[in-house]
Ligand binder design. Structure first.
Ligand code: OMP
Length: 275
């Protein structure tokens, strides 16, 4: 049994390795760019290569479930092995599944992804709050019981999101902050805020939880954008990148280091400018 909370483990990883989450997104396009066929065996080769390249330099690694699920049970078996490899390497695993459903179904998702006895158990999982933040309760309870965490979509990186999410993001952030109150160094409820946003429309000062910020690289965000948006909460931001580090199997590690160090430098410059 793990006895440190997800927040404590995440804090330690961020302090030791710097601010970056690397996605494992084995899309057909990337498999082709790597000279691999599109098959479960190729998925495994891709995932193993990324794990070996980044497990000891990225604070968090985020396998995207859809790219494994498209191969049915054989793909899910590769996802299970990838999670096991990452956990054995000591990396924090954020499983990107973006789940959200009514209470009883949510409890089953929680059992699948957060219960430490499950073959798919991760350190944290992404959740969608569009059935109401309260519908996520079973997952949040399970996360706490299993020393795991959740990342709830608040303002996502994609351009289509703004019209819908701007109406609800404030409420999601407030509900996450309420769960996180009193926890140290972070509560179990992180949020997702795109690094592509033109500006932050809500303060994150009282969240007391980690902020996953996807959109670096392929979606156009830079380390400077991360610092501009998240400088005031720099200790809590986890910028996330997939395609821009995965494009070339020979350069996954060097690109990971470049993104990580650029984010660290820009965030610390933002700190200095605020003093
Ligand atoms: O939850 C996520 O990880 C996520 C949230 C979000 O707002 N935007 C977003 O792109 N993502 C995921 O982050 C990854 C982005 O990939 P790249 O654009 O290749 O860096 C994909 O796996 C997306 O599913």
């Amino acid at each position: 049994m793990m006895d440190e909370s997800f927040g404590t483990r995440l804090r330690a990883r961020l302090d030791a390795y710097g601010p970056l989450c690397v996605g494992i997104d084995p899309s057909p396009a990337l498999l082709e760019a790597w000279g691999l066929d599109d098959s479960p065996t190729a998925l495994e080769r891709f995932s193993r290569t990324v794990v070996e390249a980044v497990a000891d330099v990225a604070a968090v690694v985020k396998p995207q479930s859809a790219f494994f699920e498209r191969w049915g049970s054989r793909g899910v078996a590769v996802l299970e092995r990838t999670i096991a490899d990452l956990r054995e390497a000591g990396t924090l695993v954020l499983l990107d599944v973006k789940r959200g459903d009514i209470d009883s179904t949510m409890a089953a998702y929680a059992e699948a992804y957060l219960d430490r006895g499950s073959p798919l158990a991760a350190d944290a999982v992404t959740l969608s709050p569009y059935l109401g933040f309260g519908s996520l309760e079973a997952a949040i309870t399970s996360a706490m019981a299993n020393d795991a965490g959740v990342f709830v979509l608040a303002r996502t990186s994609n351009p289509e999101a703004a019209g819908l999410q701007r109406h609800v993001a404030g409420q999601i952030l407030a509900e996450a902050a309420a769960v996180n109150a009193g926890h140290s160094p972070f509560g179990p409820v992180g949020v997702v805020m795109g690094a592509t946003l033109p500006e932050l429309e809500h303060s994150l000062d009282d969240l007391n939880g980690p902020i996953l910020a996807p959109g670096l690289g392929a979606q156009g965000a830079t380390a400077a954008d991360v610092a501009r948006l998240f400088g005031p909460v720099r200790h809590a931001v986890v910028p996330s990148v997939s395609r821009a580090v995965l494009a070339d199997p020979e350069r996954v590690r060097t690109r990971t280091l470049a993104f990580r160090d650029a984010c660290a430098e820009h965030l610390s410059a933002a700190t200095a400018a605020q003093k």
